[in-house]
Design a protein around this ligand. Structure first.
Ligand SMILES: Nc1ncnc2c1ncn2[C@@H]1O[C@H](COP(=O)(O)OP(=O)(O)OP(=O)(O)O)[C@@H](O)[C@H]1O
Ligand SMILES: [Mg+2]
Length: 275
């Protein structure tokens, strides 16, 4: 579990202070897929950076499996548990071959070399990158690069994977590849996924969605609960999946009576029932 308790965070510079998080409370369960959405500047990345102690609370606390991120002695253990994948894969790939890149993290943890070989092989398999083992990372497609970055994170054997808009630079095909990989890891290995995105269609995949606004958790719930609140989401400047908007308008006009429609299949079923 990750417990976020009364978390506020202030960026301080000689010129100004910016309160990026304002009394956030949140619990992330083991094995859960939590998606975080919210407008630009709402504090998503600032929150995410607290999960692996890249940032330490100004006020309040973040506890990862019982370990307080504000205790410097616990930070290496916390970083082992919580891996982070950033937006731009080019900034995360460091080595000249895919396999060396994936080995980089575990090497830094001081893992024995035969164990590293095994972890690299596993991570290559899981992310579907085995055939590119010897490839130069910079020659791969965006989706493939991001899968290498995920493989590198997985080779650390994390329990939590934080994706901070990690698919933002990919084309739809690349995004689908990464999502399919993560979805499998979440279902099959119980990897906890904390997924920050601007793409509402991606958010539908989550167990729960947290909506951030102005440094606070504006609301949190299942995708169905969240995307049923079309007006609230629009009020904070967020898009809603097209299907949810159409469903809400059809319901408003009395054509359908089902609420909480968020997928195309659900819409088709609701419309077919009208006959
Ligand atoms: N390094 C920094 N120094 C000062 N202020 C910062 C810094 N990083 C973020 N901020 C400010 O903190 C607030 C929250 O920013 P944050 O990056 O967490 O938002 P976000 O929801 O991730 O936005 P985006 O959707 O653009 O990625 C914003 O007002 C931002 O300008
Ligand atoms: Mg951000």
């Amino acid at each position: 579990m990750i417990f976020v308790r009364n978390l506020s965070y202030v960026y301080k510079s000689p010129k100004e202070e910016i309160k990026a998080l304002d009394n956030v409370n949140l619990e992330i369960k083991k094995g859960e897929w939590l998606t975080v959405i919210g407008p630009n500047g709402s504090g998503k990345s600032t929150l995410a950076r607290h999960f692996n102690a890249l940032l330490i609370p100004t006020i309040g606390s973040v506890i990862v499996d019982g370990k307080d991120t504000s205790d410097p002695q616990l930070i290496p253990k916390i970083r082992q548990k919580v891996a982070f994948v950033f937006q731009n894969p080019d900034n995360q790939l460091v080595a000249t071959t895919v396999e060396e890149d994936i080995a980089f993290g575990p090497e830094n943890l001081g893992i024995a070399s035969d164990e590293i070989v095994k972890r690299v092989q596993d991570a290559l398999q899981v992310t579907g990158m085995a055939e590119h083992q010897k490839a130069a990372p910079h020659l791969l497609s965006g989706g493939q690069k991001q899968r290498v970055a995920i493989a590198g994170a997985l080779a650390m054997h994390p329990e939590y994977l934080v994706m901070d808009e990690a698919t933002a630079m990919l084309d739809p095909q690349g995004r689908r590849e990464v999502l399919a990989t993560l979805s499998r890891l979440n279902k099959e290995l119980g990897l906890t996924v904390i997924y920050i995105t601007h793409f509402m269609e991606e958010a539908v995949l989550a167990h729960r969605i947290a909506v951030m606004n102005k440094g606070r958790v504006f609301f949190i719930g299942s995708p169905r609960e969240v995307f049923s609140r079309v007006k609230d989401l629009e009020a904070v400047g967020l898009d809603v999946p097209d299907i949810a908007v159409i469903a809400s308008k059809l319901k408003e006009k009395g054509y359908i009576n089902q609420s909480g429609i968020i997928t195309i299949d659900e819409m088709v079923n609701a419309l077919c029932r009208l006959k």
